[in-house]
Design a protein around this ligand. Structure first.
Ligand SMILES: Cc1cc2nc3c(=O)[nH]c(=O)nc-3n(C[C@H](O)[C@H](O)[C@H](O)COP(=O)(O)O)c2cc1C
Length: 194
């Protein structure tokens, strides 16, 4: 890969949402490569804190049922239950080919500040985003739904100390040429040269 190609890959990476997926299945081998590349993210002290549960095929039903149940459990108690939201949690997972629950597992000694472990997990996510872009696959990270419900850890079989980072959606995109927008980098950088 040339540097020009690398720059273009990074710039053309987009979040592609389920409404913009064709509904076709993405090859498991591509998802496996995304995971392999995620595993090469930088990691302070080699704690490798990234973890993934990949739901696809009929596995998406399990995700749908788990997230709907945890939503119901929490919101019926605090009085915020909404039937439409519940139904969305039950049906939306089928719009994506694969959905990964991405979470952070800290090392037992907790030798690093949590922000460092979280940073490593986000680097792993970016590796997956870029790999998907290279393969012409759509994806996006969702931190909605039940991501931040404290009840979600037990529902998904995680330890209380694990931190759910989000749900990474993958699908065959209808369009691979999506425009992005950013403010100029100059507005975010200070150079010091002496
Ligand atoms: C930490 C993080 C959380 C995100 N959570 C959501 C989300 O919950 N819902 C959503 O629609 N997009 C979410 N996104 C995707 C952003 O909407 C997307 O990155 C942004 O629109 C910029 O578009 P681009 O990724 O195509 O450059 C998230 C992105 C990041 C980095």
């Amino acid at each position: 890969m040339t540097t020009t190609e690398l720059n273009s890959l990074i710039k053309s990476r987009r979040s592609v949402f389920p409404k913009d997926y064709t509904g076709e299945k993405v090859d498991d081998a591509i998802v496996q490569q995304m995971l392999e590349n995620a595993n090469w993210a930088p990691t302070h002290k080699f704690t490798e804190p990234w973890r993934f549960i990949v739901y696809t095929d009929e596995g998406r039903k399990k995700l749908a049922e788990l997230q709907a149940a945890v939503y119901k459990q929490k919101t019926e108690l605090d009085g915020t239950f909404k039937e439409e939201r519940y139904q969305n949690l039950l049906t939306k997972p089928f719009e994506s080919s694969h959905i990964m629950l991405v979470y952070m597992k800290r090392d037992e000694k907790k030798s690093l500040p949590e922000i460092e472990e979280m940073g490593a997990v986000f680097c792993a996510i970016q590796n997956m985003y870029l790999t998907a872009t290279a393969y012409g696959v759509g994806c996006y990270l969702s931190t909605g739904g039940v991501t931040f419900f404290k009840e979600s850890n037990a529902a998904f079989g995680l330890s209380p100390d694990d931190r759910i980072v989000g749900f990474f959606h993958i699908g065959q995109p209808k369009n691979t040429n999506l425009a992005g927008r950013r403010n100029p980098v100059e507005s975010k950088v200070t150079w010091v040269k002496g």
